[in-house]
Design a protein around this ligand. Sequence first.
Ligand code: SF4
Length: 472
Amino acid sequence: MFESIPVEVGLVHEGERVRKQDMQVELGGPSLPEKFEIVRVRPGDEITDGVIEIIGPDIPDMPEGKATPLGILVEIAGEKVEPDLEGVVERRIHEYCNYIEGFMHLNQRYDIWIRLSKKSYKKGLNSLTHIGKVMHTLFKSELPIIEKVQITFITDPLEIKPLYAEAMKTYEARDARARGLSDDDVDTFYGCALCQSFAPTHVCVITPQRYANCGAISWFDGRAAAGIDPKGPIYAIAKGECVDKEKGEYTGVNESAKQRSMGEVNRVYLYSAFGYPHTSCGCFEGIAFYIPEVDGFGIVMRSFRDVTVNGLAFSTMADSTAGGRQVDGFHGISIEYMRSKRFLDADGGYCRVVWMPQETKDRLKEFIPADVFPAIATELDATSITDLKTFLTEHNHPVVNRWSAQENADETDLSAGPASPVQVFSGGDIPITTAGFRIILKNAKITADKVIIQPIRPHGKTGGESRDAKKP
Ligand code: SF4
């Protein structure tokens, strides 16, 4: 099927990573603001099957080891191909590109990040035409309702600009469609296991009010995909009985998660980052991270390049969040889920969000309650926990009331835990130095009956005060 492709193509290469020192070229990625991939449904007579076009430089003319802008436009047609399918067909770009030996594709939509390895380049993978041919073959063989596929790669920065703006409008229109619907209005949710090649125990549960973590698949997209291929990676989940309305726990979701995660995940809370949170693969658009010092959540998006208010960058926290695990307080999210009324609803919603990048705050302005909006800090207001505490206090953020409520509770019962389980440490790795060795606990979860915090003072004196830390 791939005789003309100079490298191997197959499932075995999914999940391969191409490190910076091994890459011939990078396409898109975090250093470039405008990049995209999009699928559009067209009338059959407007496109030609098998045409692959490159607008701008091809691989040999790209600067070695540096990022080049990229737009991927896939136009499809077919008698049974509906515009509803655009989102799910688009998500297959990620899957199919990752079948190609030495070609790494990360993320989706406006966040794409691709690397080609030097090894595969030397083997002859030296044109985007090869990539287009693989995509064309797989689209036609795996999704037979698609009768025509035309693919355009845009690498000229000037040509990308208008197409990027158009793509952003299309994503927004798709996302807006599901906003009128609530989870109570439907009996069926959808699951997606497309990312199990990277995180074998991860399954996304896609509901009208909990958009997929990658931000690429809505409830409508899930319905369309499950309709054309019920045994495919996107499937229907009968909601079942509601066990907990506030947290968003359903018997049907629990059963499906158990089955699809091979018994690793038995319960899922759709609207909470604690207890049994929705798992995260690695494709999430952003992370909601718990900040124990203020008992609130920070939000960081993939595109944010600086360290956040807790001193950690997105990439560091992504390690603690990803992998298909249920990690208390590190929660993969999409922008569209942040527009939902059920966003972290069980944890307090936006009344619990204390920090996010300014760009994200601006983007979500109409979805954040007006009374909380000014009290959420950004990198322009706070770059440390100390700054953050001051900002929250000055702006009378709702979490400040939780501090006083908690202090009162601590005074009456020092052994009582907080309202929500929390982590003692918010860092991903915890180093311990002992007897000449450095031991690093990666993604450790530590529980303790009691934690005593004492300032270290000279002359062997310890602080006189101790306080029970929050019990996880
Ligand atoms: S993040 Fe979720 S919805 Fe998106 S492709 Fe992966 S499993 Fe599917």
